[in-house]
Design a protein around this ligand. Structure first.
Ligand code: NDP
Length: 321
């Protein structure tokens, strides 16, 4: 059994593939043999120390695989089940792992392991952002920053499916086609976004901005909103926004802002069950489907992180155990 571990926070080069022994599951746990591992931007924050972990540590918060063993009291999954999970306990960059069974969801036959690992954490994020945080309605105009990214592609698809008008931004020309194919009605480069958004919305601005880029797009996001619009900052791919004077929200039109996380919206069992079911229904209906832009061997996790942080990826990335 193999796993990626790191002993000190730092650049991608701190990641090492090592041999590990994965024991038997304790009560409430399961052992999963991974078949496809989802790469998420949060993995780079764990590795770099932006979101500090006790070290040494494993890495990775999402994978698909097969249940090999279950501990006492685990009833909703059985040995042999195909499952997907995201979790707040890093350790998915591995051939096998122990995990609290609470996170495991059985996969329908129609959803492949690759699709599941490419879509699950990101689509659950999109579900809570669009339907429970922003409560987007048909006809709303929404700005999606980094629309060709892993979450970005799924945001465009989901928003389109519920009848929103989607304006997406991308960092290079080669990403325009990905954002368009995902359903963005308009795709913009990052320069002068507020002016272009106002042109596209009859001078009004969008009702909501969904921004995972953070520092570099913050001001442009606020300036693209209509009066009393909603700014959702859900990530910091370009760096954390840092301290903000709340007075800016008044100056720019009585704006609302929030900095939500998946784990708060999926903390209650009832939220987890309803959110998961909604994502599986959107997948089954064909409204969402990940773009798997690139995949890497588990041993090449370093390259996966270099590509993600170098803005050289489109859609979702996978690691293959
Ligand atoms: P992406 O695939 O979207 O990768 C990040 C993208 O951000 C890049 O491809 C790039 O697209 C854009 N970007 C803009 N500026 C920079 C920069 N300086 N450095 C790197 N990238 C930049 O990643 P994910 O889909 O995995 O995640 C997107 C964001 O959402 C992350 O910040 C992540 O942490 C966050 N997130 C938050 C969750 C939550 O619960 N709050 C849950 C899931 C994700 P381009 O070149 O087109 O600009």
């Amino acid at each position: 059994m193999k796993a990626i571990r790191f002993e000190t926070a730092g650049g991608p080069e701190v990641l090492q593939l090592v041999d590990v022994q994965v024991g038997e599951p304790a009560a409430g746990e399961a052992r999963v043999r991974h078949s496809a591992i989802g790469v998420n931007y949060i993995d780079t924050y764990h590795r770099s120390g932006l979101y500090p972990l006790p070290l040494p540590s494993g890495l990775g918060v999402e994978a698909a695989g097969v249940v090999e063993a279950v501990g006492e009291g685990v009833t909703h999954v059985s040995v042999g089940d195909r499952v997907i999970y995201f979790t707040n306990a890093p350790g998915a960059y591995a051939t096998h792992r122990l995990i609290a069974a609470r996170w495991l969801v059985r996969l329908p036959d129609a959803v492949s392991d690759d699709v599941a690992a490419a879509v699950w954490l990101k689509a659950c994020t999109v579900e809570f952002l669009v339907e429970r945080c922003a409560r987007v309605q048909a006809g709303d105009a929404v700005l999606v920053q980094a629309a060709a990214g892993g979450v970005g592609v799924l945001l465009c698809q989901w928003l389109k499916a519920i009848g929103a008008t989607v304006i997406g931004t991308v960092g290079s020309d080669d990403k325009v086609a990905t954002a368009k194919a995902a359903g963005a009605d308009h795709v913009l480069a990052y320069a002068d976004v507020p002016a272009k958004v106002r042109e596209l919305t009859g001078g009004e601005g969008v009702s909501c901005v969904i921004d995972g880029v953070g520092k570099s797009t913050f001001m442009g996001s606020l300036d693209s909103l209509r009066r009393r619009g909603l700014h959702i900052s859900y990530g910091n791919a370009s760096g954390p926004i840092g301290p903000v004077d709340f007075g800016i929200l008044a100056m720019k039109g009585s704006l609302f802002t929030t900095r939500p996380t998946l784990f708060d919206y999926y903390a209650a069992d009832s939220d987890f069950a309803a959110g998961s079911a909604r994502v599986l229904a959107m997948l089954a209906a064909g409204y969402i489907a990940p773009t798997i832009g690139q995949s890497f061997a588990l041993a090449d996790a370093v390259d996966a992180h270099r590509a993600l942080e170098g803005r050289a990826t489109v859609g979702s990335s996978l690691l293959r155990p």
